[in-house]
Design a protein around this ligand. Structure first.
Ligand code: NAD
Length: 657
């Protein structure tokens, strides 16, 4: 054993043998400490030992050896007289806790470290019941202790550095992960963040804006193991209500939703009473709630993330903890796939600030006021991944290829058609820029997926009509169509990474064809899709050929013969896009799909894409070349000259009936 304060700890006393106490005792004994459990009730102690034995058996531990290290008593003197570390886990009542600490102070040796497992009470207030507040520290385990890895270590106002450090070291010794909370604030770290996230979910339901299942589906979609209502039911609606009220009563600006209090009052505590936000067939027994996956885009997760990030900003600005501790707490404590602040950087700090402002306007509550730390980040252009720095620094590259903007944010290439004044219509520099941007992404091994989108209100309005009209000969048309457009189509088809079209606005003609050539596509409800080339006397070469891989004859012909604009929902049911999601979520869902494709090995992805392209080549490449030849001819036809003129003069062509 080392000579540090933690190294000198061998005898541990756990006060209270209830839900938490027996788990804490088992954890210490399993790690090799000699443990005494003290309770006021002999029967409780007996039950605790039985529970420990059962749990050790389940976990496959050598229970004889562990049980040998465990003793029980109802005598304070026996329990505290020779303890190196005491962990208190009696009910959450400040007077009771203070009485227990007075007794500890009377009996425990000077060297003893005094820890409390309180969830909501101030460490400092508990410590003041003793004559040695410097020896008192928070050690907040999660339930069930045997399984939950996280322990919040909380510094009281008077806690000695070596006591704070010893608890960190001991937490690691018992195979837990400590999260350091440097100030004794209401809710500590995990509850403060969780409650912002959960309460916002409850408010959305309370206001009638959403229902539980769509919120839970959306939160599962971003990788969290359970949605907020599943978690509330699992850990106890009453427990969350109590924690929220306690934070509010201790001065935190936080509204406790009536819905939460009402459920608590009528014993709808969740799994343990058989009903909470959901119903459970056997009270006390966990059963997985049926959350329909197809509802996952009905709710925008950033409405819950924004208040949680705002709370995190407060914690950072007040030196309560660090970024890495916050992210560790959410990853390990709540099993999030990534930390909260990593997610914040993905969404963009500016967008989270906007969300907070919307929430504040809607409610009139100051609790949503964006923290100045976040506002400062926005004004310094530290918005996250898209500006290379946010809470973290990110791998980032930005360049332009003609009219096309290229950004690499970590492993995703964002290619943006950037002629918003022309609805991103594809003129020659745009086709060339797109080609170069795609090649740039293809040649960068760091890029795992490519997102294609348009700036402003459009995805892409198609080929540049004025440019087509300027071609004076078949040679001019062929120069552009066969030497520029054709090769770009090939570059896109042969792109070795998944290509995801993010459509928010018009996707007409060549724009619609780019969507057809993409591997996946997401669109906002305001988007529309059309292949109107024949309206100007031309034809859609990609729609008629490679479009066949997504659409059947009736769909292609409807698009190509009528030139009608289809809604995003119609495009979705036809198979042009995978999902229609609200406009503010289009880029997020594209990013999520990009991440989801990284589940596949990059070489498998390239192989599958090559397989598909080769298959298309066999079936359709000659026909594509044929269609391109016909397009060249068509652009120089009399019909096209009338069609192009009519389009630019905003009138009907002379063939229209
Ligand atoms: P519990 O009611 O299950 O157990 C408390 C035990 O303390 C009981 O066995 C009781 O007999 C005993 N006790 C009461 N007075 C005592 C005294 N003077 N001396 C010795 N023993 C005494 O409570 P719990 O759920 O284990 O919670 C204990 C503490 O842990 C609370 O501070 C709670 O906030 C905190 N906590 C609970 C959870 C949870 O999910 N239950 C999670 C984290 C933290």
């Amino acid at each position: 054993m080392s000579d540090s304060l933690a190294g000198r700890v061998d005898a541990v006393t756990v006060v209270g043998a209830g839900t938490m106490g027996h788990g804490i005792a088992q954890t210490f004994a399993t790690a090799g400490y000699n443990v005494t459990i003290v309770d006021v009730d002999d029967d409780v102690l007996k039950t605790a030992l039985e529970k420990i034995e059962g749990s050790l058996e389940k976990l496959g531990e050598d229970h004889d050896a562990v049980l040998e290290r465990l003793e029980t008593t109802t005598s304070d003197e026996e329990a505290y007289g020779d303890a190196d570390l005491i962990v208190e886990a009696v009910p959450e009542d400040i007077d009771l806790k203070r009485t227990v600490f007075e007794s500890i102070d009377d009996h425990a040796p000077e060297r003893t470290i005094l820890a409390t497992n309180t969830s909501t009470l101030p460490i400092t207030e508990i410590a003041s019941a003793t004559d040695r507040p410097n020896a008192v520290v928070g050690m907040h385990f999660s339930n069930p202790v045997q399984l939950m890895e996280i322990v919040e270590v909380i510094r009281g106002k008077a806690t000695d550095d070596d006591v704070f450090e010893a608890i960190q070291e001991i937490s690691t010794e018992i195979e837990k992960t400590p999260v350091l909370v440097e100030k004794d604030i209401p809710g500590f770290l995990i509850n403060r963040i969780n409650l912002r996230f959960w309460l916002e979910a409850v408010r959305q339901v309370e206001n009638g804006e959403q229902d539980e299942r769509s919120i839970d589906a959306a939160i599962r979609r971003i990788g969290l193991p359970m949605g907020p209502f599943e978690v509330l039911d699992f850990s106890g609606v009453d427990v969350a209500t109590m924690a929220a009220k306690s934070m509010r009563d201790r001065g935190v600006d936080l509204h406790v939703p009536d819905l939460l209090e009402e459920k608590t009052e009528v014993d709808k505590h969740g799994m343990k009473t058989g009903v909470g936000f959901y119903s459970y067939p056997t009270p006390g027994e966990y059963s997985r709630v049926d959350i329909p996956r197809e509802r996952r885009y009905d709710f925008d997760p950033k409405h819950l993330l924004a208040p949680a990030v705002n709370e995190a900003a407060w914690l950072l600005a007040n030196d309560v903890t660090t970024k890495s501790e916050i992210d560790k707490a959410m990853r390990i404590g709540m099993n999030w796939p990534r930390g909260l602040l990593k997610m914040a950087d993905e969404y963009g700090i500016d967008r989270l600030v906007e969300t907070l402002e919307t929430l504040r306007e809607r409610s009139g509550w100051d609790e949503y006021e964006p923290h100045p730390h976040l506002e400062e980040m926005v004004s310094n252009d530290e918005c996250g991944r898209k500006s290379s720095v946010g809470f973290y620094e990110w791998d980032y590259e930005q360049t332009t290829f003609d009219t096309v903007r290229y950004e690499r944010r970590e492993y995703v290439a964002w290619i943006t058609l950037d002629r918003p004044e022309a609805l991103n219509a594809l003129d020659e520099p745009s086709w060339e820029g797109l080609n170069d941007a795609l090649e740039h992404a293809a040649n960068d091994d760091e890029v795992r997926a490519t997102i294609l989108r348009g700036s402003g209100r459009a995805f892409c309005a198609g080929d540049d009509i004025a440019e087509i009209q300027s071609w004076e000969s078949t040679e001019d048309a062929s120069e552009m169509i066969e030497n520029v457009l054709g090769p770009t189509v090939e570059t896109l088809r042969n792109h070795p990474k998944p290509v995801i079209a993010a459509v928010d606005g018009v996707a007409n003609g060549g724009g619609c064809e780019l969507v057809l050539l993409s591997d996946l596509a997401v669109a906002s409800p305001d988007s529309d899709f059309a292949l109107p080339e024949a309206k100007i006397g031309a034809l859609p070469p990609i729609g008629l050929t490679y479009g066949r891989m997504s659409l059947g004859k009736k769909s292609i012909m409807e698009l190509a013969l009528t030139g009608d604009q289809l809604t995003a929902t119609e495009a979705e049911s036809m198979g042009i896009v995978n999902y229609v999601v609200d406009g503010d979520q289009v880029a997020d869902v594209a990013r999520e799909l990009a991440r989801a494709t990284t589940a596949s090995g990059p070489k498998s992805v390239a192989e599958m894409k090559d397989f598909w392209t080769t298959m298309e080549d066999d079936l359709l490449e000659d026909w594509f070349d044929n269609a391109m030849g016909r397009l060249v001819e068509r652009t120089q036809s009399e019909e096209a000259s009338e069609g192009l003129a009519a389009f630019l003069e905003k009138r009907d062509p002379d063939w229209q009936r």
